[in-house]
Design a protein around this ligand. Structure first.
Ligand SMILES: [Zn+2]
Length: 494
């Protein structure tokens, strides 16, 4: 499989105020029933997760992280007696405590009982018995002490597996449901919250995270991070190793091993700012402040991942200027589609990937012309058609909205259809409105309305028909032959 044919798991900072209370523990935005996420064992519907903090000590010799996690939660339902989090069999819990203010206002710290039960082959459930002092709408803290071992989210590399062969390396990859082996969490894209972290490593190792603010405290001998906007668990990412920075624009920096840095800078200097500026002209302000890129060793399991503020990208992509351009622009597009507005369930991954692919092609059209974009699109759609012929029209994995059976890992159903069928459907919506620029305006309004929340297809389509009332009046939803030319199993709401 060539780099280009590998699934571009995607995967990616202007300071804005967080708009309203929808940014807290985001749920679908249009007042429907909250989503069911069969890939999560957690009872996330019963809580608001306000923030969490990770204190991590990285041990490269034993390939383990020792963690202390503080979750700030608020029960939303009366008589909630348990908190259920997603975790993983590789994550070893040492203790769990609770801090809560009693009715008299005193802070009480209690040691809690808990149990870990099997859930799927990609995770376990952590059921924590809550103290009676927990009251609805009152914030309390859960403090979990744990250790990670050999879980799917954390990739430890001996120095021989790095480009420079000088120092060991570690990175995390949370998409889709791996981060439950990094820290206990509501591992569902329906839940978003802010996070912070303190990370201690051996001297000489640089640590980066998907955060809006980062610093090194010489006093504490620790890296400190803060993500000030709400993100789902899968977008919390960490990388540590022999990494050196170089600025490539006013809000962009490349991080890479020293032996790779010059090549990366020469290929991207000035370009990222150009692409960000084009994207902002199409879809509105870039909300994450910085857009940095870290190049990872060739054992990075995917091409690129759109961790907020810090795209992770495989270093071998430097061998192809064309793929580098397309993949970085795709990750930039996720700053709007996927990261600011996120699919609330994994069954609707196309909402992130289809919209990001459409946005990527709008950016390349503006930056490089329609010929460049057409060639890239035809190449990918040809691959889509070949896969459709191989699998047949009614294959469950070729659906735009995939139905997950319990136990199926969502990552296993992410494929070309997620990207290209999603793109076809978004293109169909663009053609329905009849004007690419008007559709750009719709996408800008969509981002403005739903940013920092998680949505389902119904939200997108309702907002689309509200934005283009003439289409609703023409009952486009029911017109035979216009349901996406067979490209989609999603029906427009009447
Ligand atoms: Zn993507």
């Amino acid at each position: 499989m060539s780099d280009f044919q590998r699934p571009t798991l995607c995967c990616c900072r202007k300071v804005l105020s967080i708009p309203n209370n929808k940014s807290e523990n985001s749920m679908p935005a249009m007042g429907q029933s909250p989503p069911v996420d069969i890939a999560s064992a957690s009872n996330f519907h019963s809580f608001t997760l306000r923030h969490f903090h990770l204190s991590l000590q990285l041990n490269f010799r034993d390939k383990e992280m020792t963690g202390r996690q503080v979750l700030e939660l608020c029960s939303t339902k009366p008589d909630t007696q348990t908190l259920v989090l997603d975790t993983h069999q590789s994550l070893l819990i040492h203790s769990i405590d609770c801090k809560v203010h009693s009715a008299s206002g005193d802070q009480v710290c209690t040691s809690l009982t808990y149990r870990v039960d099997p859930f799927t082959d990609y995770g376990s459930s952590l059921t924590i018995s809550l103290p009676a002092a927990i009251r609805p709408q009152h914030t309390f803290q859960i403090i979990i002490r744990y250790k990670t071992t050999d879980g799917p989210a954390i990739w430890w590399l001996d120095s021989e597996l790095t480009c420079g062969n000088s120092k060991p390396f570690v990175f995390t990859q949370g998409h889709s449901v791996c981060n439950r082996s990094f820290f206990p969490c509501f591992d569902t894209p329906a839940v978003k919250c802010t996070y912070s972290a303190t990370v201690r490593v051996p001297e000489g190792v640089q640590v980066l995270m998907s955060a809006t603010r980062s610093a090194y405290s010489a006093h504490e001998k620790a890296f400190q991070f803060h993500m000030e906007y709400p993100v789902p668990a899968y977008l919390v990412a960490l990388v540590a190793g022999d990494l050196t920075p170089a600025d490539i624009g006013p809000r962009s920096r490349i991080w890479a091993e020293p032996c790779l840095l010059n090549a990366a800078v020469s290929k991207l200097s000035g370009l990222v700012e150009r692409w960000l500026t084009v994207a902002e002209s199409l879809f509105g302000p870039y909300v994450w402040g910085r857009y940095d890129i870290v190049f990872l060793p060739p054992s990075f399991p995917i091409v690129a991942m759109e961790n907020p503020c810090l795209t992770f990208i495989i270093s071998s992509i430097l061998e192809s200027s064309e793929f580098l351009v397309i993949d970085v622009i795709h990750e930039i597009a996720h700053g709007w589609f996927g990261n600011a507005v996120t699919n609330a369930t994994w069954e609707e991954m196309w909402l992130s990937e289809g919209l990001a692919t459409y946005a990527q092609r709008r950016i390349t059209t503006e930056a490089y012309g329609s010929a460049f974009t057409c060639l890239e699109t035809v190449f990918r759609l040809d691959a889509l058609h070949r896969q459709m012929r191989l699998l047949g029209d009614n294959n469950p994995v070729s659906k735009l909205q995939v139905k997950f059976e319990p136990g199926v890992n969502p990552s296993s159903l992410m494929n070309l259809f997620t990207y290209e069928k999603g793109y076809c459907f978004v293109s169909y919506l663009s053609q329905l409105c009849g004007d690419t620029k008007r559709f750009d305006s719709f996408l800008r309004a969509y981002i403005e309305k739903f940013k920092f929340t998680s949505v389902v297809a119904h939200d997108l389509l309702e907002f689309f028909l509200g934005f283009f009332p003439e289409l609703k009046e023409r009952c486009v939803a029911n017109r035979e032959g216009e349901e996406g030319a067979g490209a989609s199993s999603v029906c427009l709401p009447a």
